[in-house]
Write a protein that binds this ligand. Structure first.
Ligand code: C2E
Ligand code: MG
Ligand code: MG
Ligand code: MG
Length: 291
């Protein structure tokens, strides 16, 4: 793992792998086993209806707890998997965990939508649609309960737009959400033509909108744009009451963020759900759990 350097005809050797690259290499070789061992799992972050505060869905977020390196940030897990050509396996793993959980909720009489993030790389895998169809069938989950979060930049990629992947996904009955909206470069005509259902305002705008007029204006503009296009709009990164109130006043449809709940492991999400549905079923006239 040494590279030959050429300086003035005298061969010298420079190590090309620093500490970080070595760790990356090691993690790459461990990825498949880590999924099989359950080191790579998921947490779920609730999304609520802005008006009623009812929970409307949960977003599935990948977590790798490494025995020696501790928790590895999801961006690193995804970036690594993309680099070594194993992103498809990670997408399938997360989808599998999300749909298994969704099925168990259904068995408990709870119909709760799950969102899964799909990276740009996975979106251009030719068999993605078949794999998702297969996963829905295997778990017995109706497509209507699955939301795919796609980043703005991946959706407007030429090869994605030229393929029928978005239409094919839509045909499975699932919903498509454009994640991190406002950070990419989609044009209005693209937005109008794409088969998407929802825009997710990037948290960089939401985190600062209570103190910055500029960001607040961007959030308002995205909400209006979404509604004018007939799309639903979600704000991610809602951390404080003032931001929540502003978003509600602006007509934002759904909210997600630490103020509502942090991403939770499934047992803690269960308790969170129970506490909230418990409150609702105690209300007069409430006879069933509608999530
Ligand atoms: P994202 O899809 O935009 O997910 C939202 C991120 O914002 C999550 O970070 C979440 O924990 C964080 N967040 C939520 N509410 C708040 C808040 O109120 N304040 C702040 N400061 N942050 C908040 P996380 O879990 O670290 O994930 C980061 C990114 O990694 C995700 O951004 C997504 O792009 C990617 N990612 C995570 N899991 C997966 C996965 O299974 N597949 C793919 N392709 N990407 C994933
Ligand atoms: Mg997301
Ligand atoms: Mg996002
Ligand atoms: Mg993000």
């Amino acid at each position: 793992l040494l590279a030959a350097g050429e300086s003035g005809g005298v061969a010298s050797y420079h190590p090309v792998l620093d500490q970080q690259s070595l760790r990356r290499l090691q993690l790459g070789t461990e990825l498949a086993q880590a999924m099989a061992d359950g080191q790579i799992g998921v947490v779920f972050q609730p999304v609520i209806d802005a008006q009623t505060s009812d929970i409307v869905s949960v977003e599935t977020l990948v977590r790798w707890t490494h025995p020696r390196f501790g928790s590895i940030p999801p961006e690193d897990v995804i970036g690594l998997a993309e680099q070594i050509g194993r992103i498809g396996a990670v997408t399938d793993h997360v989808l599998d965990l999300a749909l298994a959980r969704c099925r168990r909720w259904l068995d408990q009489g709870i119909s709760l939508s799950v969102a899964v993030n799909v990276s740009a790389f996975s979106l251009s895998e030719p068999d993605l649609v078949d794999r998702i169809r297969g996963a829905l069938e295997r778990h017995g989950v109706p497509g209507e309960l699955l939301i795919l979060e796609l980043t703005e930049s991946s959706v407007v990629d030429d090869s994605v737009r030229e393929s029928s992947v978005l239409d094919d996904l839509h045909d499975l009955g699932l919903r498509l959400s454009m994640d991190d909206f406002g950070t990419g470069y989609s044009s209005l005509s693209q937005l109008r033509q794409l088969p998407i259902d929802e825009l997710k305002i990037d948290k960089s705008f939401v985190l600062t909108m209570a103190t910055s007029q500029g960001e607040s204006f961007i959030a308002r503009s995205i909400i209006e744009l979404a509604h004018n296009l007939g799309l639903c709009v979600v704000a991610e990164g809602v951390e404080d009451e003032m931001t929540r109130n502003q978003l509600i006043a602006m007509g934002c449809d759904k909210l997600q963020g630490f103020l509502i709940s942090r991403p939770l492991p499934e047992d803690r999400l269960e308790k969170w759900l129970l506490a909230r549905t418990g409150v609702r079923s105690a209300a007069p006239g409430a006879t069933h759990r509608r999530l």
